[in-house]
Write a protein that binds this ligand. Sequence first.
Ligand code: SAH
Length: 342
Amino acid sequence: MINILDLSQEELKNWLQDNNEKAFRAEQVFNWIYKGQWDFKEMKNVNTSAIDKLTANFYIGIPKVLEKLYSKDGTIKLLIALSDGNVIETVIMKYKHGNSICVSTQVGCRMGCRFCASTLGGRIRDLTAGEILSQILLAEVIISGKISNVVLMGSGEPLDNFSNVIKFIELVNSPKGLNIGQRHITLSTCGLVPKIYELADKKLQITLAISLHASTDEKRKEMMPIANRYSINEILQACKYYTDKTNRRITFEYALVKGSNDTKEDAYKLCDLLKGTLSHVNLIPINEVTEREYQRSEDRAILEFYNILMSKGIETTIRREMGSDINAACGQLRRSYIDATR
Ligand code: SAH
């Protein structure tokens, strides 16, 4: 059986034609699915023979909700089970300008960042494009509303699952699909340099976010094993290439860890690194993870860091901590689920 969500409308059209059905049924079927009708038999305007063929060959891969947590700030965190029983998390964030979703791209992660909970059990498997998409379809039904922004910042390293992630972006962006503009999609990576070049060559208009987290290779290596493969310099060169190809401003994420990367000196070094680049810095007060020893920076240090960057003309924001009352830090909910069921 094939997950129909892994198909583009074009692909379903072709399949229907190959199976002696009308191509326009593809649009009807996807319209139902996008509206939250996940049973082929209930798709009233579709003819019976097409329904029978679809039922025999496809399933609609909407994950099962295991847990739904509501934060005081409106953030909703979902723990969901995929068709093979693997468990992932998805976070829905409500902003004045619309609803955002943070989707997972892999079950677990193999990048090994030392502050992150998603990577504790390694990578189990990649998600398919349809499985990434299904998180949005589920979210829209849960909030009875539209998702307008997508961030690929849940569990997993998106560029380590390149082709599925690209297909997902195409599906989400398609006018016949969810029709979410590329500029409303942000892909966050720990910095897989060759894949950044490959992404740039696709010339998409998505926002690329780099998890930098340190301003020297030495410090970065302490936090992120990937820093042993690629230097900050190589990442910045790849970012320059990305900007040249796409004209898009890069976001640098910097998770502030008490006494580790949050000093004034770190801030000044970061300014030197980013001087003259088309960029934006997003400071993330680190979410403390039970299994990890990293501690959140003091508010005073965060503000000082912010002020230094701003004084050097680097556009900076401090990420609002949403859902901190509901285990919203990367991979934490899944971890507690795995621990509880072990
Ligand atoms: N693998 C990708 C995307 C997933 S992580 C990446 O590395 O960018 C999304 C963001 O959350 C990254 O910037 C990541 O470094 C950060 N992150 C992970 N664990 C965190 C924690 N405990 N506190 C704060 N940020 C965290």
